[in-house]
Structure formats: C-alpha cells, structure tokens
Ligand binder design. Structure first.
Ligand SMILES: Nc1ncnc2c1ncn2[C@@H]1O[C@H](COP(=O)(O)OP(=O)(O)OP(=O)(O)O)[C@@H](O)[C@H]1O
Ligand SMILES: [Mg+2]
Length: 232
C-alpha cells in the first residue's frame, strides 16, 4: 500500500502563530489545569455526529503538546473512518488493529512524524469487529505500555451516537474532549452524546465548540494577541 497523498494540513504545525493555533494551545493548557488531583495522560476525542472536527482537534492538540516538549503519541482508533494516515501521509498497512489482533508489536506500528516529539499509530486495516477490538484486554494492555513510554497519549474515535466504540474507548481513558459543531449539531444530540459518556463514567475534560460564529472584532483581538506572542 502506498502512502496516502490526500494531505490534510495541520495548522498548529504550518502556522503556529495564527489565532487558531493559539486556541489549540489554550485547549492544551485548560486540560493541563483540569488535572489537579489525578494524572491525565490518555485523552480521547469524540463528538455526537460525523464531521464535527474530531480528527482535526485531536491532531492539533497533539502538535500543541509536542510543541510544549511533551512526548506524544497520536492513535487513530476511528476504525470506521480512519484519517491519520492521510494527515501524516503514511501507509496504513500496519497500525493499531495489527497490535490488537496480536500480529504486531508497538515497535512495529509506531511511526515518527516530521514534528519533533510526535509519533503516530495509524488505524491499520479495518477489521470486521471494531468494537470488540477496542474493548479488548489487549487494548488496555497496549495503552498501559504506551503510558510507560509517552507523556501524553491522544486517541481519535468515531462519533459517539453512531457506534459504541467511543464509549468503549472512554472507559480506558483518563479524560474525554467532546467536540461540538455548533452550526451542525442539535442541542439534544450533543446532550445525548454527553449522556452516553457519563453513563460509562468518562471524565469529560471539556467541550470544544467548533464552527462558532465569532464577531470580526473579537477575532481581530485574538489575532493581535497571537501576533504579539513569541510562543512556538
Ligand atoms: N475549526 C475548524 N475550522 C475550519 N474547518 C474545520 C475545523 N475543524 C474541522 N474542520 C474541517 O471540517 C472537516 C471535518 O473535520 P474532521 O475530519 O476533523 O471531523 P471528524 O469529526 O473527525 O469527522 P469524521 O466523523 O468523519 O471522522 C474537515 O474538512 C476539516 O478540515
Ligand atoms: Mg475523523
């Protein structure tokens, strides 16, 4: 399988000074502050429905952590519609599913990216039983192995209302970021997604409101602030 050529740009990497990149750094900071008593090391992202910005959010969050010199691994556990191999232009022949089925080890599936401190594990070939794989003891053991090697483990998952995968993965994570496309998703759907996560006692670290209709003046203010900043 050839590497994907369907590139998805990562703004925090390509334009770190933009106000959008600043927003992803703020998300990182907020997560760091939400972890007062317990360590938050394994974090997943989900949303109620498709296309709300899960993969974009978790990828930029991963870069924001890497820019803060954390050792980060980003895992594509969206076994329904994986995209990490496109974003990082890698082959998806080997990945998470190979480890979960016992065919490969961590060393065989993890790949470095051009971003310092950021490693990626793509989904691997799509199995017929994604939920079962994600709920497996092997998945728990794999995350434990990663906890010993990385500072932060970030996981992309499918929409929470479509399949049970996100709920299953949430039981193995320290926290969940819920992305809500404010222009697309109805209030009751977002509430239902949150209820599904509450049901499995997931710790919701915060909600990312994507696609907000922000007033021009406010964006200008943010831009001004970002431009003055010398942060990476
Ligand atoms: N904050 C944003 N501003 C502009 N475009 C965005 C933003 N977040 C996501 N997008 C765009 O919206 C589309 C869907 O985003 P993304 O693939 O991250 O969503 P998703 O929730 O992972 O989708 P899926 O459910 O299919 O996995 C992409 O084209 C992405 O570039
Ligand atoms: Mg996605």
């Amino acid at each position: 399988m050839l590497p994907s050529t369907n590139k998805r740009p990562i703004i925090t990497h390509e334009n770190p000074k933009s106000p959008i990149s600043e927003a992803y750094r703020t998300l990182r900071t907020n997560i760091e502050f939400s972890a007062i008593d317990e360590e938050i090391k394994v974090i997943m992202v989900t949303s109620a429905g498709p296309g709300e910005g899960k993969s974009t959010t978790i990828t930029n969050l991963a870069v924001a952590y890497a820019q803060a010199d954390k050792r980060v691994v980003l895992i594509d556990a969206d076994l329904r519609k994986p995209t990490m191999h496109h974003t990082f232009q890698m082959s998806n022949r080997w990945g998470l599913t190979n480890v979960l089925s016992g065919q490969a080890t961590l060393q065989e599936v993890v790949r470095e990216t051009e971003i310092v401190h950021l490693d990626v594990i793509t989904s691997g070939p799509i199995p017929p039983n994604p939920s079962e794989m994600l709920a497996s003891k092997r998945m728990t053991a794999f995350l434990d192995e990663l906890r010993g090697k990385y500072d932060v483990i970030l996981i992309d998952t499918p929409p929470a209302l479509a399949v049970t995968d996100a709920q299953l993965v949430a039981t193995k994570c320290d926290g969940v970021v819920l992305v809500i496309d404010s222009g697309k998703v109805k209030r009751d759907m977002a509430i239902k997604a949150k209820a599904n996560l509450d049901y499995v006692k997931a710790k919701i670290l915060g909600v990312v409101l994507n696609n907000m209709d922000r007033k021009n003046a406010e964006s200008y203010y943010y831009y001004y602030y970002g431009a003055q900043d010398n942060k990476k």
